[in-house]
Write a protein that binds this ligand. Structure first.
Ligand code: D41
Length: 700
């Protein structure tokens, strides 16, 4: 059904183009103008989607829809070769770099892949290779690899040492992401055995559970969440602060070679094995050798069945002619090798109807619209809700409540609405108004200028209260067992619990007022509340639900301050000295700790015995105790993140910029302005060797 609908769409679109083309061929040159215009319009649209996808990590259409546009353009250019200019999107790969990082020219261009939508298209590809280029060959040997849905990157090794990493960019020039790539634990900084020069290509991706954890963290910190794992990987790689990349558990699998001096191998499979022997991560178990298209089909169906069990997203299979001599012979066309093709999985889409749009109020007061759908099955999962994100998204889709829509599951998250089927409207559909009052407490709603979400302004809104309590007791926070949403609502309705401090004043009689609460259960609950008093400081900071303070930031703060009192007293400038704390977080912290309601709450928490002390106290007395340290330049022995951890282990605190408060600067290779500034200020400077001695000296 979903395929049929998708095809119907494709048909409508293509038939319009065909109509124009037929017209242009039979009639006047004036009509030909409209084909030109159509071509220009699709080209511009594809360029826009390239930019959204490759540079902004914010795609607006599904891959399947993009493919349709692309094929339409290809079709037009085949019919009218005079339209095919050198800069047509048909001949481009991705998008040029967005300019955040320095450009890197790939010594050997990184090619793109052509696509086959199904096995029939793959069989055509196989047939045309054999007939057009390899007359007489019956069965071609193919290496079939999983097509990871991530970000293509290149790693350059000189004498086995990782010297540069770059994104693919437009295939010729990408962006320098060396610092970020160095934080990936699976990528060796030094190869075991190596040729003098090696450029390796591969895909960086994120596991589904890490992706979900990341999105939870982002949401809890009030940051933007990622639409799918691919965007999360792309966004995490393109961080200006490598420490952020380090916290995101990215992985990489290598699949090919650019420059490879002294590398003389017969097949694609031999390349993969060689890369593995060098110590690089390769997905060999996900790769099969297939003789002829029947075996490829079998392998594809097997992979399709495996897809849901992998723990990471793949969106198809890449089929490559295994023999490298044959590859050479086949060459490339339009910056795509003739010897490889991506056999894509069918999109996980379905058509359903939006029954209603419900407004949810989060703990920070953010009001988000959620579409309730007529339940529909998408590849084995029943879907009844879709996220709408915000009103910009509703406007972009042109969505009304009651509309028929296409929903798409991407990477195990709550699905997205990708398209509204406007032609199916009955007239009974209704606008989704921007809220003026909170749907829960009817307090007025405010919207800050630079934000897309409306917020409830009432900090004691019952919906917010419950969400705050849910967050406080959640597993990553104070981890109090037995207190779910239902129990918290009851306690709140009974007037027993208004905020988290109230939890610590509960006694057995209070609990007995709840439904189905016996002595044993009440005892257990009181015990788990009591146990939570000893949670580490980082958990408590996170549990308070301060805007922009996620788990990572909470950990950092807990390492830097002795207790909550000390954190509450910190000046914004002092906070900003910490690595990873920017203006936004510092301001949010100060707002929180200056709010009289919160001051009262913290006092009551303390009075009830919730006052954990920093775990970092243990490192007090270390050689860097209490010192603010700045690391700059490239270190050989450690990644930036590892070096920071060592500084923290020695009792120090890492800051990102040099100031009068900096006690020490650790300078690696190619250190620049920070080192100059440190010299000018007369700050103690350690080179890598002396820092290493300090680390070793402190080891037990
Ligand atoms: O797993 C992948 N996404 C993957 C991508 C793969 N397994 N193999 C690939 N091989 C190539 C060629 C044949 C051009 C060396 C690729 C890609 N290219 C690719 N990834 C992004 C653009 C092209």
């Amino acid at each position: 059904m979903k395929r049929a609908v998708a095809q119907l769409f494709g048909l409508c679109y293509i038939s319009f183009a065909t109509f124009l083309m037929l017209f242009s061929e039979r009639l006047s040159p004036m009509v030909h103008e409209s084909v030109k215009q159509h071509h220009a319009r699709i080209s511009a649209e594809i360029r826009r989607h390239n930019r959204l996808y490759y540079q902004l990590d914010r795609p607006e259409i599904s891959d399947a829809e993009y493919d349709r546009l692309f094929r339409e353009l290809q079709g037009l250019e085949t019919k009218h070769p005079e339209l095919a200019s050198a800069d047509s999107p048909v001949r481009q790969v991705g998008a040029p770099p967005a300019g955040k990082f320095s450009p890197v020219r790939h010594a050997v261009p990184m090619l793109s892949l052509r696509n086959a939508r199904d096995l029939a298209e793959f069989r055509e590809f196989d047939k045309s290779l054999r007939q057009t280029f390899l007359a007489g060959v019956d069965l071609l040997e193919y290496a079939c690899e999983m097509k990871l849905d991530g970000v293509a990157v290149e790693l350059s090794y000189e004498h086995g040492h990782l010297v540069r990493a770059s994104t693919r960019g437009d295939g010729s020039v990408g962006e320098d992401i060396t610092d970020n790539i160095r934080t990936l634990t699976g990528i060796p900084h030094q190869l075991k055995d190596y040729p003098p020069l090696l450029d390796v290509r591969g895909e960086v991706f994120i596991d589904l559970d890490d992706f979900q954890r990341l999105n939870r963290r982002q949401q809890e910190a009030g940051e933007k969440t990622f639409a799918n794992p691919r965007n999360a990987a792309a966004g995490s790689l393109r961080q200006l602060d490598a420490a952020v990349t380090a916290s995101r558990s990215l992985r990489m699998y290598c699949y090919g070679v650019g420059r490879g001096e002294g590398l003389d191998l017969p097949t694609q499979l031999a390349i993969l094995k060689q890369l593995q022997d060098y110590g690089l991560p390769v997905n060999l178990t996900g790769t099969s050798l297939c003789l002829g298209p029947d075996q490829v089909a079998e392998c594809f169906n097997h992979l399709l069945a495996q897809r849901e069990t992998l723990g990471y997203e793949i969106d198809g299979m890449v089929v490559k002619v295994n023999d490298l001599e044959l590859q050479q012979e086949l060459g490339e066309l339009n910056r795509r090798p003739r010897w490889a093709i991506a056999l894509k999985f069918p999109p996980r889409q379905a058509t359903t109807r939006v029954e209603s749009v419900v407004l949810q109020v989060g703990r920070t007061g953010a009001i988000t619209p959620v579409a309730h759908l007529e339940p529909v099955n998408i590849s084995g999962v029943t879907v009844s809700r879709a996220s709408l994100h915000n009103w910009d998204e509703i406007a972009r889709l042109g969505l009304l409540s009651g509309d028929s829509v296409i929903v798409e599951r991407a990477g195990d998250v709550i699905p997205d609405i990708v398209k509204v089927l406007h032609q199916r409207r009955s007239g009974a559909e209704q606008q989704i108004p921007f809220p003026e009052w909170c749907p829960e407490c009817e307090a007025p709603v405010s919207k800050e200028e630079n934000e897309v979400v409306p917020r409830c302004t009432n900090s004691s809104c019952p919906a917010r209260t419950i969400e705050r309590l849910k967050h406080f007791v959640s597993r990553g926070a104070m981890n109090i067992d037995g207190l779910g949403e239902k129990q918290l609502r009851q306690l709140n309705d009974l007037g027993k619990v208004h905020d988290c401090a109230d939890l610590y004043q509960l006694g057995q009689p209070d609990l007995f007022a709840m439904e189905r609460m016996g002595e044993t259960l009440a005892g257990k609950l009181l015990q788990s509340i009591a146990d939570s008093r000893t949670r580490p400081l980082s958990r408590l900071i996170f549990a308070l639900g301060i805007r922009h303070v996620g788990e990572q930031t909470a950990k950092l703060l807990a390492r830097s301050f002795a207790n909550l009192e000390a954190l509450a007293q910190a000046e914004p400038e002092e906070l900003k000295q910490l690595h990873e704390i920017g203006d936004k977080v510092a301001e949010s912290l100060c707002d929180f700790f200056r709010d009289p309601l919160q001051i009262d709450l913290l006092q009551r928490l303390r009075e009830n015995g919730v006052d954990p002390q920093s775990e970092a106290v243990a490192t007090q007395g270390g050689p860097l105790s209490g010192k603010s340290v700045v690391i700059t330049g490239t270190l050989q022995r450690w990644s930036r993140r590892e070096a920071e951890q060592r500084v923290e282990h020695l009792g120090g605190r890492c800051a990102s910029s040099v100031s009068k408060k900096t006690a020490m600067v650790i300078a690696g290779d190619n250190a620049g302005s920070k080192l100059d500034k440190a010299r000018a200020l007369g700050i103690e400077i350690l080179d890598e060797q002396r820092f290493a001695e300090l680390v070793e000296g402190a080891q037990p």
